[in-house]
Design a binder for this molecule. Structure first.
Ligand code: GLN
Length: 318
């Protein structure tokens, strides 16, 4: 086993879980009622690269993955189009700005695929460049099926109310779409509005902490799902995804998180944080109350406390 004393590890996780539970700071995302009205859930799930699992709290509650779709859309684009092609359209630099900021880099491209501008572009690459004859439904299935494979063939859902609300409340994302269209960020023949719609759909995919921790473990394991042994991603794809999660995964808290935790992670406005311990495990925290950056308060606290308990920062063992 990669974690020989799993019981001890579980005890540490439990202790941190209860520490974080008493923290009631933050507030739900308020831009749509479907996120604003969610109860004060708190759950943590762990899946190791050799398939040991542990869950505590609200880990079977379904929630939309939101920005946690971003690393997976990017992964799919890299697998099918190559990272070289993808990075003709989107950069690798943290923006230092809010996740939905109307800002491009010095090349007039989105800074990275982990913020809205970049994710709208990678969604457009998947939608427009990979086998253009496939319909929207088939493209959506491609992404969802890939997530399901990474999640050990557990079925993922789709929240239609979230999707419609997202679309209605998406003035900022529409503005970003038009701004990028004007700056010729998208590949030729892109239907920007359809690509945006595709992005809203990917944000509305539903999972639980328990299931999504398996996706994390697959990324931690170089692309092989620890439950099914299926090779879902190339090692190179995992390397690229994890690199960008490391530098850009928590919006404009990414630098501080990289300093404190040093591990790749990705957050979403529904209150999810997926933390990857390379070659060891995927951990998913779910708690809808967010801080000012849009990251789950308890999720960030959990990761930071875990790093105080275990010396797993890449520079802890120099
Ligand atoms: N649906 C959200 C948006 O596009 C996703 C962003 C997020 O999770 N931070 O605004």
């Amino acid at each position: 086993f990669v974690i020989p004393n799993f019981e001890k590890f579980v005890k540490a996780i439990e202790e941190i879980y209860w520490n974080c539970k008493s923290n009631t700071a933050g507030s739900n995302a308020s831009y749509i009622p479907q996120l604003a009205n969610v109860a004060d859930h708190w759950g943590v799930s762990v899946c190791t690269v050799d398939g040991q699992r542990f869950s505590i709290g609200d880990t079977e509650v379904g929630f939309s993955i939101q920005s946690c779709s971003k690393p997976l859309t990017y992964a799919l684009a890299c697998e099918y189009l190559s990272p070289e092609v993808v990075h003709k359209f989107v950069g690798q630099e943290p923006s230092g700005r809010m996740f939905n900021e109307m800002v491009l880099d010095h090349n007039n491209q989105p800074h990275n695929p982990m913020i809205n501008a970049g994710a709208i572009v990678t969604a457009s690459l998947v939608y427009t460049l990979i086998d253009g004859k496939r319909s929207m439904a088939e493209k959506f299935d491609m992404v969802k099926t890939m997530m399901e494979s990474a999640g050990g063939n557990e079925r993922f859902g789709f929240d239609n109310s979230i999707y419609h609300s997202e679309k209605e409340a998406a003035d900022r994302n529409f503005a970003l779409g038009y701004f990028m269209k004007e700056k010729k960020v998208f590949p030729a023949k892109t239907n920007m509005l359809e690509s945006l719609d595709f992005y809203f759909q990917l944000c509305s995919i539903v999972t639980s902490a328990n299931t999504f921790s398996v996706v994390g473990a697959t990324l931690a394991n170089g692309g092989v799902c620890p439950l099914t042994d299926e090779k879902v991603f190339k090692v190179e794809t995992c390397r690229d995804v994890l690199s960008l999660m490391h530098s850009c995964g928590l919006y404009n808290y990414s630098g501080q998180f990289a300093f404190n935790v040093g591990l790749p992670a990705k957050s979403g406005v529904s209150g999810i944080i997926m933390l990857i311990i390379p070659n060891l495990a995927g951990i998913v925290c779910y708690s809808p109350k967010l801080d000012d950056f849009g990251n789950s308060v308890r999720g960030v606290q959990f990761c930071e406390e875990l790093l105080k308990t275990y010396a797993i920062h890449p520079y802890d063992n120099l």
